[in-house]
Design a binder for this molecule. Structure first.
Ligand code: GAL
Length: 679
């Protein structure tokens, strides 16, 4: 801003300025305003927004840097270049403690020209919890708008960019020329602060104090290849000591009476129903477990577990994998079915003289690590790329595929995430045969080893992978780019899966990426930036999709709310439903979406999602679901039957929140028997 603009305001009597400033200025930019905000240096007593700690800014994609668009270009709106400002990406939040010294915030706003007319966002400014400015929906190419907000006496300011309720695609948002004016002589400066969820915490059932009477949880079906090592820990809660028995276990398997870990190797193919019995001081639990023997019978329900990337990224090592595995058991999550402990990128070293992959010094012995993880009843996963290098630049499997599969089997690996990365430089083009080739190749290599290894494709959805992932032998496939802990990222990854539901099923699942609840942060963990309601939506949505639930958080920092989110068996049972029919969106009215999925016990899981910023009433009619008469409704997050309802069910859905119910009276079926073509 140059002196002329500054003096324009200075020349007006104080009372009038105050009155004007109370009214947020929000208007299309005039050429003059735009030019005023394009100065190289701020006026006296003003600081650029970009001089604050921008690592505190949360956003749906990329990273905000001072004086650059999120795409790394000079900040440009309608052809005007702003030397200063902050380029971000919807959905974005930035909280500033004004230290009582700020008097005004001024910025031009709009979608950066680098998106060439695409993108749609809404800029908002909140001061001490009151919305004081709202740009309204702005599309790429719209004239930039000027925001000017009075901050006199204010404590906190939040700068927010929403996705205008249409997903975050191309939402490159600029706070162009943004600056904060301070009181003359101010001796302190405003500081950016961590985002704190001050929204009301939704009430969800307490799952961390399970009943003393034993209860069996987790998948009702599991599968393995005859002759290969079998491992399944029966997930159980209840007062200890517990003792385990199983009747009808197929030949080759035995259960450890003290740990409930079933080991051995199936002798034959076929469907077997075993009855698991658990005794404890407070009673007995009994549940059937269907065990399917055959080729390609893995991941009959979506994998539940943990992966190192979203929390540790390159800082993963043997010690934090071991402690995560132990925490999986100690936190009680293993007792609800979580069983995979997956190492992501950065474990790899080079190859030995014979071409065998070596782990680097962070992982002194993969075999010892696998033995440890297995001793806890859990399974170990690993990561590689079909290209010469992984996404992190480590050794990939290119031209060593069979050697790597053999090595994984020798180490005792149970799960492989295979990430496209540098294979982009090997593939001749983006045709389906080229996209499929490296996955088919690794599939054939895994088929030759003497160990069951779940195969996870990671190629971000290229070539509509959901349409062919199963034919190419994938047990799950990433359908999206990388998730982060923002509403925009989580919601766009999750809600975009509705059209893919028919491709999911036992042994082959759509994967909208790992979870971002708890302490996450890619090597720099912080409390998730998802609000409480957004976290409820995250777990509800992933469960409706029948997505893998792979935690990506610091397992030593699981707070009560996060644990209650993750060990709710009613919700996990939706995700792990043995019939494996994924849910999809039935309708969307304004900001409410209704998704449903049929469950094996004859009931339906129904989610009412609110993608809006205000609470809204959501109503599902039984006719939407093809149902008639009175239906039993159970609130799954509360684990509570609400009674019988005629016609339908309505509830208020909090902003970005979810009401998740089960509709219908469950049929009393003991064991799930897969249809013939699936066994
Ligand atoms: C990305 C992948 C992430 C993580 C990362 C490791 O391509 O989507 O989930 O695995 O590579 O470098």
């Amino acid at each position: 801003m140059n002196k002329r603009f500054w003096c324009l305001l200075c020349g007006i009597p104080f009372a009038l300025i105050a009155a004007l400033a109370m009214l947020t200025v929000m208007r299309p930019a005039q050429a003059q305003d735009a030019s005023e905000l394009t100065a190289q240096t701020p006026p006296p007593n003003a600081i650029w927004l970009g001089s604050l700690d921008l690592s505190k800014m949360t956003q749906g994609w990329g990273k905000s840097t001072a004086d650059k668009s999120v795409g790394g270009n000079p900040i440009t709106l309608n052809g005007v270049v702003y030397p200063h400002g902050v380029g971000t990406h919807a959905v974005s939040n930035f909280d500033v403690n004004l230290k009582g010294v700020a008097v005004k915030f001024v910025s031009m706003v709009g979608v950066d020209d680098e998106k060439k007319g695409m993108g749609s966002v809404d800029f908002r400014v909140w001061v001490d919890d009151k919305k004081v400015a709202d740009s309204g929906v702005m599309h790429g190419g719209d004239p930039a708008k000027l925001i000017s907000v009075n901050l006199t006496g204010a404590k906190m300011m939040r700068l927010e960019v929403t996705d205008a309720n249409d997903g975050i695609d191309s939402d490159h948002a600029d706070w162009a020329g943004a600056m904060i004016f301070l009181e003359p002589g101010a001796t302190v400066k405003p500081v950016a602060v961590d985002w704190v969820d001050d929204s009301p915490m939704p009430v969800i059932a307490d799952c961390t104090n399970p009943p003393a009477k034993p209860e069996i949880h987790g998948p009702r079906i599991t599968g393995a290849t005859p002759g290969r090592p079998f491992l399944f820990m029966v997930p159980v809660t209840g007062r200890e000591p517990l003792t385990f028995h199983a009747s009808g276990l197929p030949a080759g398997l035995k259960i450890n009476p003290h740990t409930g870990i079933i080991t051995g190797a199936l002798k034959a193919s076929g469907v077997h129903v075993a009855t698991i019995i658990v005794h404890g001081p407070a009673g007995t639990a009994k549940r059937d477990l269907t065990i399917v023997g055959g080729i390609h019978k893995l991941a009959l329900t979506p994998p539940l577990g943990w992966n190192s990337w979203n929390v540790w990224a390159g800082a993963v090592d043997d010690a934090n994998v071991r402690s995560s595995a132990l925490a999986m058991v100690k936190s009680g999550l293993a007792a609800h079915g979580f069983q995979y402990i997956n190492i992501d990128d950065t474990w790899e070293d080079g190859r030995d003289a014979q071409g065998f992959i070596q782990s680097n010094k962070k992982f002194p012995s993969m075999t010892a690590l696998a033995d440890y993880v297995h001793s806890l009843g859990l399974k170990l996963g690993i990561y590689s790329s079909p290209g010469p290098k992984t996404c992190g630049g480590y050794e990939g499997s290119y031209q060593h595929e069979q050697q790597d599969a053999d090595t994984y089997a020798k180490w005792g690996i149970d799960y492989l995430k295979y990430d496209w990365c540098s294979y982009g430089g090997i593939a001749k083009n983006n045709s389906l045969p080229e996209l499929q080739k490296p996955y088919k190749l690794m599939r054939s290599c895994l088929d030759k080893v003497d160990r069951d290894i779940v195969f996870s494709f990671c190629q971000y959805g290229m070539g509509d992978v959901w349409k062919w992932g199963a034919q190419c032998g994938g047990n799950l496939w990433r359908c999206t780019g990388d998730i982060n802990d923002s509403w925009g990222s989580m919601a766009s990854n999750g809600f975009s899966q509705s059209d893919h539901y028919m491709y999911a099923g036992p042994g082959h699942w759509n994967d909208p990426d790992m979870l971002v609840v708890g302490y996450v942060g890619w090597g720099n963990p912080h409390k998730t930036h998802l609000s409480y309601n957004e976290q409820v939506t995250h777990i509800s949505l992933w469960s409706m999709i029948a997505a893998p639930l792979l935690l990506g958080c610091d397992m030593s920092k699981l707070d009560k709310f996060t644990l209650d989110l993750l060990c709710n068996d009613d919700v996990l049972d939706v995700d792990q439903d043995p019939m494996g029919k994924a849910g999809h969106r039935y309708w969307q009215h304004n900001t409410i979406q209704m998704w449903a999925r049929p469950l094996w016990d004859g009931t339906m899981a129904v989610a009412l999602f609110n993608t809006g910023e205000e609470p809204h009433k959501g109503s599902v009619l039984w006719s939407d679901l093809g149902l008639k008469g009175k239906q039993l409704v159970r609130n799954l997050w509360l684990k509570k039957n609400l009674g019988y309802f005629a016609g339908g069910f309505s509830a208020e859905v909090p902003p970005h929140g979810t009401v998740l119910i089960k509709v219908g009276k469950p049929k009393n079926i003991k064991a799930y028997i897969p249809p013939k073509n699936e066994d």
